[in-house]
Design a binder for this molecule. Structure first.
Ligand code: G3P
Length: 217
C-alpha cells in the first residue's frame, strides 16, 4: 500500500520524506490556499522534495481550459499528476491526458458509479472521499469496498486512492479492504505509530539497560 501525505505544507512533507515511508503527495485548492503560497511555486517545491507522484488540481471546469491548465501543471515536473474533478468535462480531460501519457487523479468521488466512469476514462488514480461521506452519516469505507470489487471484477488498472482520511482507523480499514493508496493529513500519518504499550515497554527496557551499566558502542 502506498502512503501519500495530503498537504501543501513543505516543512511537513520534508519531515515525512526523511522517514523514507512516503510515496507521494496530494494537494487540492483548499490546501494550496492554506499554504498561502503561489500554486505553481509550491508544486515545484514539493516536486523537488519527493520523487513520488504529486497531485496538482486544475481550477477550470470546462474541458478546453482544463487541458490548457493541465499542460502548464505537468510542465512543472515529471512527477506531477493532474487532478481533475469528477464531471463529464473532467472525465473527458482525463481520457485525453491519459492518451497523452499524463498521469491523472480524478477527485471528489462519492459513488461507485463515478469511480467506474473514472476507470473507463483511464484515470491513474480515483480519489473517493471517505471522511466527507462519514460527515453526512453515510459509510465512506463501504464506498472503498464497492470500488475494490468493481475494479477487480474488470481488471481496471486505476488505483484506489482513499482520500479525506480523518482517523487512523480509516487507514487500517482502507488497508484491510485493499485500497492501493491512502492520502493522509500529516498529523494523522504521524499518529499511526503511537501505542502506549510501545512507549511503556521502551521506558522499561531503557531503565533496565541502564542498570546493566553496559554500552553497545
Ligand atoms: O485532498 C482531498 C481530501 O483528502 C480532502 O480531505 O478532510 O478536506 O475532506 P477533507
Amino acid at each position: 500500500m502506498k502512503f501519500f501525505v495530503d498537504t501543501a505544507d513543505t516543512a511537513e512533507i520534508q519531515e515525512l520524506e526523511a522517514t523514507g515511508l512516503l510515496d507521494g503527495v496530494t494537494t487540492n485548492p483548499s490546501l494550496i490556499a492554506k499554504s498561502g503560497k503561489n500554486f505553481k511555486d509550491v508544486i515545484a517545491e514539493i516536486c523537488k522534495i519527493t520523487n513520488g507522484d504529486v497531485s496538482a488540481e486544475v481550477a477550470a471546469t470546462d474541458f478546453d481550459t482544463m487541458i490548457k491548465e493541465a499542460h502548464v501543471l505537468r510542465a512543472i515536473a515529471d512527477n506531477v499528476v493532474v487532478k481533475l474533478p469528477l464531471t463529464f468535462d473532467g472525465l473527458k480531460a482525463c481520457k485525453q491526458l491519459t492518451s497523452e501519457g499524463t498521469k491523472t487523479n480524478v477527485t471528489l468521488c462519492f459513488s461507485a458509479n463515478q469511480a467506474l466512469l473514472a476507470a473507463k476514462a483511464g484515470a491513474t488514480y480515483i480519489s473517493p472521499f471517505i471522511g466527507r461521506l462519514d460527515d453526512i452519516n453515510l459509510d465512506g469505507m463501504e464506498l472503498i469496498r464497492e470500488i475494490r470489487v468493481i475494479y477487480d471484477n474488470y481488471g481496471f488498472d486505476t488505483e484506489i486512492l482513499a482520500a479525506s482520511i480523518r482517523t487512523p482507523n480509516h487507514v487500517k480499514d482502507s488497508a484491510i479492504i485493499g485500497a492501493d493508496v491512502v492520502t493522509v493529513p500529516p498529523a494523522t500519518l504521524k499518529s499511526l505509530i503511537k501505542h502506549p504499550l510501545t512507549d511503556k515497554g521502551l521506558d522499561a527496557f531503557l531503565s533496565d539497560w541502564a542498570k546493566t551499566g553496559q554500552s553497545i558502542l
